[in-house]
Design a protein. Structure first.
Length: 109
């Protein structure tokens, strides 16, 4: 085994995952932009720093729709575990989100 790599084994399926040392520190992101097509979801992770004129994309992840849904479920599960251990995550100044693209329609014709 290479000393520069960390190997992880999934106890359920025996899947081994290699984490190269140059990737192990990760990248900081405080902004994510998500787009989709019929066949894929594209998630751009960016960082927007004070004094900088624009956000910079640090990483782009492209997922099949099924994997995007699995990622959503895994994030939901981990957020529930986090909040159970550390308390509710509060999001300041967040506007309510709706499915409708232009706010809440009144259903009038």
């Amino acid at each position: 085994m290479n000393d520069n790599n960390q190997n992880k084994q999934n106890p359920q399926g025996g899947l081994q995952i290699e984490l190269p040392q140059d990737k192990s520190a990760g990248v900081y992101s405080n902004l994510a932009m998500i787009a989709h097509s019929p066949t894929e979801f594209i998630v751009d992770f960016a960082s927007m720093l004070a004094g900088m004129p624009k956000a910079v994309v640090r990483s782009r992840i492209i997922l099949a729709p099924e994997h995007a849904k699995r990622l959503l479920a895994a994030l939901q599960e981990n957020i529930m575990k986090y909040e159970k251990e550390f308390g509710k995550i509060e999001i300041r100044n967040q506007q309510p989100r709706t499915i409708a693209p232009f706010g809440n329609p009144k259903g009038e014709a």
